[in-house]
Design a protein around this ligand. Sequence first.
Ligand code: SF4
Ligand code: SF4
Length: 72
Amino acid sequence: MADSPVIEREKCDGCGLCIDVCHCNILVLVDNVITVIEEKKCVSCNRWCAQCEMICPTGAITIPFDVVIEER
Ligand code: SF4
Ligand code: SF4
């Protein structure tokens, strides 16, 4: 699994909404495109809280969850 959200640069319009909701302060705008500045901090700080993914109006940022199916 990746350590941080996946950014689709072409979808990001630079609105900055995800920056406002990230309590770990690891998202910044570089050339008006969102960038993750400390990839490993996403999981260590907030365990992929997914606030950024939920608030993004363009679907530019997603959390790479693994789906694990357990047999019982
Ligand atoms: S998942 Fe949470 S901690 Fe990680 S970048 Fe998004 S808002 Fe920040
Ligand atoms: S909320 Fe989405 S479109 Fe806005 S800056 Fe973040 S990734 Fe880009």
